[in-house]
Design a protein around this ligand. Structure first.
Ligand SMILES: CCCCCCCCCCCCCC(=O)SCCNC(=O)CCNC(=O)[C@H](O)C(C)(C)COP(=O)(O)OP(=O)(O)OC[C@H]1O[C@@H](n2cnc3c(N)ncnc32)[C@H](O)[C@@H]1OP(=O)(O)O
Length: 434
């Protein structure tokens, strides 16, 4: 592994078991799983010079059920929030990034394209598109001041980035105003210089200035302390390409033609009334999704504006489909995925992997399995190579049957300044962060 911070959150595939021999799918005694458990238990004993100073669950408190759930630190008066930015090493300066500006957006895109999250073997790197970044960073009520860059003073080159967007997140019965933190990135040449802690402190300060005191984030690395740890699963749509680029391997006793046949999908969706979501559907989808998400311990508290922003289809960014009953015209089911390609590093024949990521799905009348199979059919028709899903919400109920295979990507969920007494099962999470 070239970079010690290379992380598990990159959703790459395990060496694949024979898909016909379904006994070994999700086999937790694999070498990878054992290695990961060893690594994770080692990191539990690891010193975290920065994170030990922060209001987050600490490893020493794991299992101490006497501590109350809720904010770890009390809210301080706004007048006590530091007014000036934190100091950066003298060669660098803060910049607030205006992503409406095409040139700035290109700079951010280039920084992330060359330096953001990779898989452990450095074969793939997330390649968020500019349209995606604009969507992810401008939800209702967003703050420009939370799109933070670091530049080299002399050359003005953008070398680091971190963002937050506001979100109402419900934890059990409490709806908490939070920041969702994402796109933390330090240029490869500036790694391990403790720039990340300064950036995290600076975004924390700017979030506090908006009178918000909690945050949610995910990472592939183990930090103090995950509220839940989830796994990525992958459904091959274009198995030949996935094998050619080293994303998946040919199963034992499998030929390429048997593999292609195994993953073949019908041309058209099967559910009557299955169609793309439109603007007029926002009220019905909001009702459906709010009701559905109420069953999870941690979930976003979406209103109609949020649903319009996050779920109304945007070309090459987010796709949403629903089932409108042909008889009653009621909207009964919903499924969605977002588009996050990855650069394929150092392959002669292919440069991009086109991946769909399962987003929010709601089934009330159509079985979830059938709904997600229709989502796979749509994604295949739109030429995606792979469909990824976490084992959160009710996803575990369809993964194996729809021929998803377990990945080696672990994703840890975190809350800042909010304690949860017990670690949550992935199925208790109703939140997808991009
Ligand atoms: C109220 C509002 C609160 C708002 C804030 C809420 C918190 C938000 C938190 C951020 C959520 C981000 C969500 C996402 O975007 S997750 C995606 C993260 N990005 C990548 O993986 C891209 C590739 N990697 C990099 O760009 C760098 O390796 C990064 C920037 C990740 C670290 O840079 P570098 O490698 O040069 O390290 P350093 O010497 O500067 O600093 C070392 C310290 O940083 C801690 N570290 C390493 N990785 C992460 C990580 N992913 N989350 C939190 N902390 C992390 C590490 O444990 C150590 O602290 P400690 O172990 O000694 O204590």
């Amino acid at each position: 592994m070239a970079d010690s911070n290379s992380s598990h959150d990159y959703p790459s595939e395990n060496p694949k078991p024979d898909p016909d021999a379904n006994s070994s799918l999700g086999n937790d005694s694999s070498i990878e799983a054992i290695a990961r458990r060893v690594q994770d238990s080692l990191s539990l004993g690891k010193k975290h010079k920065f994170w030990e100073t922060q209001p987050v669950g600490q490893f020493k408190d794991v299992g101490d059920t006497s501590l109350p759930e809720g904010p770890i630190e009390p809210t301080t008066p706004l007048s006590e929030v530091k007014q000036e930015p934190y100091n950066l090493p003298s060669l660098y300066e803060w910049t607030t990034c205006d992503i409406d500006d095409e040139d700035t957006c290109t700079e951010i895109y280039n920084l992330l394209t060359n330096n953001y999250v990779e898989d452990d073997e450095n074969m793939f790197r997330f390649n968020y598109s500019k349209e995606f970044l604009r969507w992810a960073l401008r939800p209702p009520g967003y703050f420009k001041s939370w799109h933070i860059g670091v530049r080299v003073k002399v050359s003005k080159k953008l070398v680091a980035f971190i963002t937050g967007v506001p979100a109402k997140i419900r934890v059990r019965d409490e709806v908490v105003n939070m920041a969702e933190i994402n796109f933390l990135c330090v240029h490869k040449k500036l790694r391990s210089k403790r720039l990340a802690p300064v950036m995290i402190k600076e975004i924390t300060r700017r979030v506090h200035l908006e009178n918000i005191w909690q945050a949610a984030y995910t990472a592939g690395v183990v930090l103090p302390t995950p509220i839940s740890t989830c796994q990525y699963w992958h459904r091959s749509l274009n198995p030949k390409k996935l094998i050619d680029v080293g994303f998946s391997r040919l199963g034992a006793r499998m030929t390429i033609s048997r593999t292609i046949k195994l993953y073949k999908l019908p041309e058209s969706t099967v559910t009557p009334g299955f169609r793309k979501m439109e603007l007029r559907d926002v009220p019905a989808v909001t009702r459906l999704i709010r009701n559905y998400l109420s069953q999870f311990v941690v979930a976003p508290d979406f209103d109609e504006n949020d649903v319009e922003h996050w779920l109304l289809p945007t070309e090459n960014v987010v796709d949403s489909y629903l089932v409108e009953s042909p008889e009653t015209h009621e909207v009964t089911d919903f499924c969605s995925f977002y588009t996050l390609p990855s650069s394929i590093l150092g392959n002669q024949n292919y440069s991009t992997l086109k991946a769909a990521y399962s987003y929010y799905n709601v089934s009330t009348q159509t079985p979830l399995l059938q709904l997600m199979n229709d989502a796979l059919i749509v994604a295949k028709r739109k030429d995606y190579d792979v469909f990824n899903a976490l084992d959160i919400m009710q996803n575990a109920s369809f993964l194996k049957e729809l021929k998803f295979g377990p990945g080696d990507g672990q994703l840890h969920y975190y809350l800042y300044n909010y304690r949860i007494r017990h670690t949550l099962k992935p199925s208790e999470l109703g939140l997808v962060l991009l």
